[in-house]
Design a protein around this ligand. Structure first.
Ligand SMILES: [Fe+2]
Length: 200
């Protein structure tokens, strides 16, 4: 039987985005402004600098650190840092000389993004998500973190309502530094747990 259906070209992503935007605008939903706002948040507000401030504060203030480990969401709010409503829990994982905590999201790409920043591309790759839970030591070594055999690796799989942040160890030579100085040495990767700070 001859196929007389009209062959339709699939619209490009750009064309589909334009169509959705036009449909939203037609209903008064101001899509362009929302996209602009989201872009601003992604580049200016949801940045690892937030998590770095939290870590620096925890290093210099033991009482804050205790609150942070007990209820991360409430503690970061003390520093004016907000989390979306559905991020119900922020669990802060403290590293030690014998324990390295690592975060992943085996299902997709969830993170505590308002605190540690939006996830880097490799965090969203199937390669990282599937392997870090099964051969974490190997994956960390491939990423440049070669842990001694007596260091325990703990991998934490993010869920919709429970988000994680790693609290890296403070390098001994930074004792006595100001919070600003300390925050400047805390990297995004150390907040995810695939890096240890130099000197630790
Ligand atoms: Fe996810």
């Amino acid at each position: 039987m001859p196929d007389d259906r009209v062959v339709q070209r699939t619209a490009s992503v750009a064309e589909r985005v334009d169509a959705i935007e036009a449909a939203l605008e037609a209903r008064g939903l101001e899509a362009a402004a929302a996209i602009e706002e989201l872009g601003h948040k992604a580049t200016e507000e949801w940045v690892p600098r937030n998590g770095a401030r939290v870590v620096a504060k925890a290093w210099v203030d033991p009482a804050f650190k205790a609150r942070l480990l007990a209820d991360g969401r409430a503690a970061v709010a003390e520093l004016g840092l907000a989390m979306p409503k559905h991020h119900r829990h922020l669990v802060v994982l403290e590293n030690s000389p014998r324990v390295q905590n690592v975060i992943c999201c085996t299902l997709c790409s969830c993170t505590a993004f308002t605190i540690i920043g939006l996830p880097p591309d490799w965090y969203k790759e199937l390669e990282y998500r599937s392997r870090v839970v099964r051969e974490s030591r190997t994956v960390l070594r491939e990423m440049g973190l070669d842990l001694a055999p007596d260091v325990e690796v703990r991998v934490w799989d993010t869920t919709a309502d429970t988000r994680y942040m790693v609290l890296p160890e403070q390098p001994p030579h930074t004792r006595g530094w100001t919070e600003e100085q300390l925050a400047a040495i805390v990297t995004r990767d150390s907040l995810i747990g695939v890096e240890r700070l130099p000197g630790t």
